[in-house]
Design a protein around this ligand. Sequence first.
Ligand code: CA
Length: 221
Amino acid sequence: MRLLLVEDDRLLAEGLASQLEKAGFSVDVTRTAKEATTLGAQEDYKASVLDLGLPDGNGLDVLRKWRTNKVTFPVLILTARGDWQDKVNGLKAGADDYLAKPFQTEELIARLNAIMRRKEGRVHSSVKAGRFELDENRQCLKVDDGTEYSLTGTEFRLLRCLMGRPGHIFSKEQLMEQLYNLNESPNENIIEAYIRRLRKLIGPETIATRRGQGYLFNDAL
Ligand code: CA
């Protein structure tokens, strides 16, 4: 799950990015309104955390531009404590939620997962497909026979993507986009390595290969 973090406070951004990565996101960080506007329109993000006070402009203008350009990923804005006007303006401009600084990272992650669930039309904090259930809060995979596996960040992100749309074929490029941020440029073979690892856990047929096209999660087994 790709996420765009727009925050000009370097310390806050670095700390937050590493926590978000632990929670299963692959994060791009930018500190300017200009770059945020471009990245949001170009890349396939699942959500964004948007600070309002940026060195070259206001986060609200970024949000308005995104929404005008049909960028629909859910956005959580970061506001100054007690500034109710910011919250109202943010929601009016198309934000899905807000959080006042300072905040607990745990709350931020819970809110992000909640707005992404709403966007996908889900009520529960888990993704179910076939005999399997992916628990977002604990980053683990449950099988219907009671077995539970804890997953690494990358394994979780990969399964989250595949199980989110069972039967849909994802190309290697699409999977890479959701797994890695712009600064990482791993070889595409790494996807194959992770698929092999996941197949050891959930059975070789559960993730099917479509030669020349990509992979799909088979929920009919
Ligand atoms: Ca700021």
